[in-house]
Design a protein around this ligand. Structure first.
Ligand code: KG4
Ligand code: ZN
Length: 333
């Protein structure tokens, strides 16, 4: 089954062609990162306009690279939530038009479910059930993946997402936007014990997380140092911060896996590219006899291959949309 899938929830426009879910024949991505970097964050209106400008070209180029003709498309899948509403609507309307013109089914896909599905592409033998930590610019959630389409949120961030926290700290360290990857690089070789930073816990909610206190602690530390004219050890601060984020994520996820009896744990989302978090997960999983699934970097960030993959399993489960499909800025998994 050939699916053309579209992702436009934030600042990446992507179109993929997949066969039977896991085989990615083409995955075209246009990143708007450079366009938004000058503003220090994603400007929703500009994101929507850029999606409109490139989406048709990306779809043509994905078909060409996959060697697939329009008439060979069996279904169209699209991210419809959560994300920036105007950005999502560009993809949703393009998908609606395409499915109507080709007279093929339209499959709505939840963006977070797509991130989880990146693991199916990376690991051809992986099947539910397993536990997945999704860490992206907008979400930090521990999700019990019971089947391809049945999921339960076990823990979630009560305030900032992990990626949001990385980006704010990177900004105050003048690392540009989005600064997660640059902060990751800066942390290499830094003394992760030099700056003691908080690891928040939430009473009676062992799997929920909070990152706003950590973010504020780093911002205060940087501003106080600037006022006093104290020079900061930047690699040590980046390493201490990365350690605090990792200490918030890794033990919680493995504890939840133990409690739920899951022997397999996957990670997903842009922040899953972080070297400290990946390394800590590898050590902890080996210690706890957990099989760990870590997608390659190109599948951690937003892409349309993951939407096509999840779209296939949604299709098998009978999920369909029609011309009335809307986009939603927030929506439970
Ligand atoms: O999943 P994603 O591409 O988009 C959303 O759905 O949000 O995630 C983007 C986030 C950004 O906050 C970015 O700074 C962060 O992922 N990120 C990283 C790294 N690479 C990307 N954070 C920490 N370390 C990295 N290596
Ligand atoms: Zn994402």
């Amino acid at each position: 089954m050939i699916i053309l899938a579209i992702e436009s929830s934030c600042d990446e426009t992507a179109v993929s062609i997949t066969r039977d879910g896991r085989e990615v024949l083409a995955d075209e991505i246009f990143s708007q990162v450079d366009i938004h970097a000058v503003y220090g964050g994603v400007v929703p209106e500009i994101a929507s306009r850029n999606h409109i400008q490139v989406i048709t070209r990306l779809a043509d180029s994905a078909l060409q690279k996959a060697g697939i003709g329009r008439r060979e498309i069996d279904a169209v899948a699209v991210t419809y939530a959560p994300g920036l509403i105007g950005a999502l609507l560009v993809g949703v309307n393009f998908a609606k038009s395409l499915s109507a013109a080709l007279n093929v089914p339209l499959i709505p896909v939840h963006h977070i479910r797509g991130h989880i599905a990146a693991n199916y592409i990376a690991y051809p033998n992986l099947e539910p059930p397993f536990l997945c930590l999704v860490i992206s610019g907008g979400h930090s959630q521990i999700i019990d993946v019971r089947s391809y389409t049945e999921m339960a949120v076990i823990g979630t961030s009560r305030d900032d997402a992990a990626g949001e926290c990385f980006d704010k700290v990177a900004r105050v360290l003048d690392l540009g936007y989005p600064g997660g990857a640059a902060l990751d690089k800066l942390a290499i070789g830094g003394d992760d014990t030099k700056y003691p930073l908080p690891r928040a816990t939430i009473a009676d909610s062992p799997y929920d997380m909070s990152f706003s206190g950590l973010k504020t602690a780093v911002l205060n530390l940087v501003h106080n140092a600037a006022q006093k004219g104290v020079k900061l050890d930047r690699p040590a601060l980046a390493a201490s911060f990365s350690a605090a984020v990792s200490d918030t994520l890794v033990p919680r996820t493995l504890k939840a896996a133990g409690e739920l009896g899951r022997s397999r744990v996957a990670i997903a989302g842009g922040v899953a590219a972080n070297s400290r978090i990946r390394g800590d997960f590898e050590k902890a999983a080996a210690r706890d006899n957990i099989t760990l699934y870590v997608p390659p970097l190109r599948l951690c960030g937003d892409n349309a291959g993951m939407i096509g993959c999840q779209g296939y399993y949604e299709y098998l489960a009978g999920t369909r949309a029609d011309a009335a499909l809307n986009a939603y800025a927030t929506l439970g998994i």
